[in-house]
Design a protein around this ligand. Structure first.
Ligand SMILES: *Cc1c(COP(=O)(O)O)cnc(C)c1O
Length: 366
């Protein structure tokens, strides 16, 4: 069987996008005909649509997810050297956005059951210099927001949410990206992915929205009049058009991923640590991971049977070469444990239930 069964990719972006090709082509044709490529009708339309989808007053399209995080911090104008609390278990972009603003990342360990920042440890990390907590809704599961918002209120901290993996994920019926300032990525592999780079900031705060809107476009609201020192970080018209197409299908994409996750949940034997499930959390499964002490052997066993997997992530941020001399060299054992044992299974829009049944069958033979 190992020789004859077709290979199951971890992700296949051609296949995952194929159902939308006709709509993408119409959107691209409209772009060519319009002759307007930067900050025009398509960006404005997508911003309104995504704000409505997310239940936010404002959505500001930017160039990518990292810039969304950078501009959120920039708009908050913290004093140089202020501290920002951030999970030790995240993609490095979250931490880079803090460093790019000359702020100090203070890493806090995750809860090993949810992989997200441990709310009980947030308050312990607060010092007189702490100005914000940047949470990451990793793998498409919201953080435990009630205690985090309570700690933020107690200590007067701004809350920034890294929603790069959590489009449509909810906590107690409330969308991620509506608790604090939301920073989204539309990188092609994300649940709401475009056909290049893209990102957005969401907020209910009019003044903050205005700041981010200026910062993304040379600090300018009115052409050739520059009010603040800004950047060039605009979502372009082509990507905005593709995103409007994809957004119409996001609920179907999420439902598909949740169905596949349910198959894994019910079908995988208990030797694997599966993602926590709780009624307060509506998870969108950007990633479906399991943990196993023999992760590398498991990955090899799946590969031998034609099943490709991925690891999110093989090296934790605090052990990256780029962080030598930048972070203080502390160890983060929970984060390290997750990175050493986690394996991400196929769960894309391109996968069928039959694909997932085969992954389960091969997994359970391990
Ligand atoms: C993808 C990702 C980002 C960065 O998004 P880009 O659009 O690639 O800049 C930031 N944070 C997390 C958690 C991500 O997964």
């Amino acid at each position: 069987m190992a020789d004859t069964a077709p290979v199951i990719d971890y992700e296949n972006l051609r296949k995952a996008n194929e159902p939308f090709f006709d709509e993408y082509r119409r959107s691209f044709d409209a772009l060519l005909e319009s002759g307007w490529f930067i900050l025009g009708g398509a960006v404005k339309r997508f911003e309104e649509e995504f704000a409505r989808f997310n239940g936010s007053r404002h959505c500001i399209g930017v160039a990518n997810g990292l810039d969304a995080l950078i501009l959120c911090l920039r708009a908050l104008k913290f004093e140089r050297g202020s501290e920002v609390i951030v999970p030790s278990n995240t993609y490095i972009a979250t931490i880079l956005s803090i460093l790019q603003n000359d702020l100090v990342p203070v890493l806090v360990e995750p809860d090993i059951r949810t992989y997200n920042i441990d709310p009980a440890k947030v308050a312990d990390a607060v010092t007189p210099r702490t100005r914000a907590v940047m949470v990451v809704h990793l793998y498409g599961k919201s953080c435990d927001m009630d205690p985090i918002m309570a700690a933020a209120r107690t200590h007067g901290l701004a809350v920034i949410e890294d929603c790069a993996q959590s489009h449509g994920a909810m906590y107690k019926g409330k969308m991620t990206g509506t608790f604090g300032y939301g920073a989204f990525s539309f990188y092609p592999t994300k649940n709401l992915g475009c056909l290049g780079d893209g990102g957005a900031v969401t907020t209910d705060d009019d003044g903050f929205a205005r700041s981010v809107r200026m910062l993304r476009n040379y600090g300018s609201e009115k052409k050739y009049y520059n009010e603040v020192v800004g950047y060039n970080s605009r979502l372009d018209e082509a990507q905005a058009g593709f995103l409007s197409v994809k957004l119409r299908h996001l609920d179907a994409i999420t439902a598909h991923k949740r169905r596949l996750a349910q198959l894994y949940h019910d079908g995988l034997k208990d030797d694997f640590v599966k993602p926590a499930v709780h009624p307060d959390f509506f998870d969108v499964y950007h990633i479906y991971n399991v943990r196993h002490p023999k992760r590398d052997e498991l990955k090899e066993h799946l590969l031998k049977n034609g099943i490709k997997t991925d690891i999110h992530y093989p090296v934790p941020p605090h052990r990256q070469k780029a962080m030598e001399g930048v972070l203080d060299g502390r160890e983060f054992p929970i984060s390290a444990e997750i990175h050493a044992t986690t394996l991400s299974l196929p769960i894309s829009y391109c996968h069928t239930e039959a694909d997932v049944r085969r992954v389960i069958e091969v997994m359970n033979r391990f």
